[in-house]
Design a binder for this molecule. Structure first.
Ligand code: MN3
Length: 281
């Protein structure tokens, strides 16, 4: 069994490292299984179908303080990754100028200010997930800029000009099991995104203690990894509902932007994140 899980883990790591622009930029080390460790990765759709088609869906449990291995580096070593596509690639859902300003000015500023805020402090050597899980004790500059940096990496990565449609495999099964179906899930996510007052984010995450999927929204640049969150978890789908994400094209019509979002969601990336989440036995 141990070998099987090791293989699953290495395959998942290889897929992740070969497809993630962020992972390439940061030069993430492949995931290694620790001797005697009880941690495992959630089964991939492939391994699941090979193992026991039609068997009960197991709920993965996330180990605390873990984001993904892409984020395990000391925070000071994290890089500002290239955008995974051109500025105009998400048109007509998100226009070229919005993507350019959002990525090259807003996102870049969060990154620069985050690195500036943690430099010469003990936070520099901490993984960003560890900083987030203690965020209530950290300075506001770290909370706002660290969140702003991390959240946007997830957001750009979970969008694609070839996106849309529905998830498959384990994630699709879990969405059906927990929300009743894909359409019900979208409705609930939209409600969270539309009802967030002011600036913030909507999320699909995996609960840190129960392993269940859950939908939430956070204010400002907070995220579900932060110990300030109403419910903590590891986010696998991010939607930015700050006005800077949509105002040039949609003005006050946040609802239209949210409806368009589903046409460009990169489900393979979201599924990959889900499969990478570690199980604490
Ligand atoms: Mn933004």
């Amino acid at each position: 069994m141990k070998n099987k899980f090791s293989i699953t883990l290495l395959v998942a790591a290889a897929v992740f490292c070969s497809t993630s622009v962020f992972a390439q930029a940061v030069k993430v080390k492949p995931v290694k299984s620790k001797s005697g460790s009880t941690e495992k990765v959630a089964p991939t759709p492939e391994s699941e179908s090979k193992a026991s088609k039609g068997s009960a869906v197991k709920i993965p449990v996330v180990s605390s303080d873990e984001v993904t291995d892409a984020w395990s580096a000391p925070a000071i070593d994290l890089k500002f990754a290239p955008l995974p596509y051109g500025y105009d690639a998400l048109e007509p859902v998100i226009d070229k100028l919005t993507v350019e300003i959002h990525y090259d000015r807003h996102h870049r500023a969060y990154y620069n200010n985050f690195i500036k805020a943690i430099g010469e402090t003990k936070m520099a050597s901490m993984p960003i997930g560890k900083i987030f899980s203690n965020i209530k004790e950290m300075p506001d500059a770290v909370r706002n800029n660290g969140g702003g940096y991390y959240n946007h990496v997830l957001y750009w990565e979970n969008l694609s000009p070839k996106g849309g449609g529905e998830p498959t495999g384990m994630l699709a099964e879990m969405i059906k099991k927990q929300f009743g179906g894909f359409n019900e899930f979208v409705q609930k996510f939209n409600d969270a995104a539309k009802s967030r007052f002011g600036s913030g984010w909507a999320w699909l995450s995996v609960d840190n203690t129960t392993g269940e999927l859950f939908i939430s929204s956070t204010p400002n640049q907070d995220n579900p990894l932060m110990n300030s969150a109403d419910r903590m978890g590891t986010p696998i789908l991010a939607l930015d509902v700050w006005e800077h994400a949509y105002y040039l094209k949609y003005q006050n019509k946040r609802t239209d932007y949210i409806d368009g979002f589903w046409k460009i969601v990169n489900w393979p990336v979201v599924e990959q994140r889900y499969s990478q989440i570690k199980i604490a036995k």
